[in-house]
Design a protein around this ligand. Structure first.
Ligand SMILES: [Zn+2]
Ligand SMILES: [Zn+2]
Length: 240
């Protein structure tokens, strides 16, 4: 079998469908013809840019979460003291998410400060910490995501930010923000009609197309090329 060696496959969401197919191949022997997109050397450029877009948004996202904490009340939630299944009321969910943002950004910013011999930051508010750490991470973003001596660190860094962004965006997303489905165009990876033009938590187009099912991510221009390809007979498509 001449499979693309996994160490060079982008660890990002562009390969979600491929990873799923690979798991099925390895565990159940289900064959597939998908090829992985290569990382450069860890993340492909579109996935890396997507991580960066999310990172730049954290100060604004956190400000929004802090507002939600002020507005949230425990009213209407059942508080069963000592019960494991106790629902977390609104305010706690937002507070945990802010804690998570502060913690994750500080963790990676600290890694940079140690590597670059930068002074420890002065005592600061959580809002100020988020703003300063985001700025530091943006300055050293290319190094973290692509030039770090340990590829595992680059992978972890981007995945951490992706997870954090998804969670925060989900908590703050306004209800009327609805992604626009890509009518009639199947996902390049999983073949399902689950592609949509991705919107961020404020309803702004991110410039990416996302598969709701397998999580595959395409830049809009890659998607345009795929639309043309998908319109061709299957044989031609497979040869492309
Ligand atoms: Zn990728
Ligand atoms: Zn898909």
């Amino acid at each position: 079998m001449n499979n693309v060696p996994t160490p060079t496959a982008c660890v990002g969401p562009c390969n979600s469908g491929w990873r799923r197919a690979e798991t099925a191949r390895l565990t159940k022997g289900t064959p597939h013809e998908l090829t992985a997109r290569a990382g450069q050397p860890v993340w492909c450029n579109p996935c890396a840019r997507h991580v960066r877009i999310g990172l730049a948004d954290f100060p604004e996202l956190a400000a929004r979460l802090m507002l939600e904490v002020e507005n949230a009340t425990a009213a209407g939630t059942v508080h069963v003291s000592g019960s494991k299944g106790r629902p977390i009321h609104g305010r706690e969910r937002y507070t945990f998410c802010i804690d998570d943002i502060v913690g994750v950004l500080n963790y990676w910013a600290e890694a940079i400060r140690v590597d670059r011999d930068l002074a420890a930051p002065p005592p600061r508010s959580r809002g100020a910490a988020i703003t300063a750490d985001t700025r530091l991470l943006l300055i050293h973003f290319d190094w973290m995501i692509a030039e770090h001596s340990e590829p595992a660190q680059s992978a972890e860094f981007g995945k951490d930010l992706n997870r954090l962004y998804r969670h925060a965006a989900k908590l703050t997303r306004t209800d009327d923000v609805r992604a626009v489905p890509c009518e009639g165009i199947p996902c390049r990876q999983c073949d399902l009609m689950a592609l949509e033009h991705e919107l961020d938590w404020q309803g702004r187009a991110t410039g990416y197309v996302l598969c709701r099912d397998c999580g595959t991510l395409l830049k809009e221009d890659e998607y345009e090329r795929w639309v043309k390809l998908a319109a061709q007979p299957f044989k031609k498509r497979a040869a492309a």
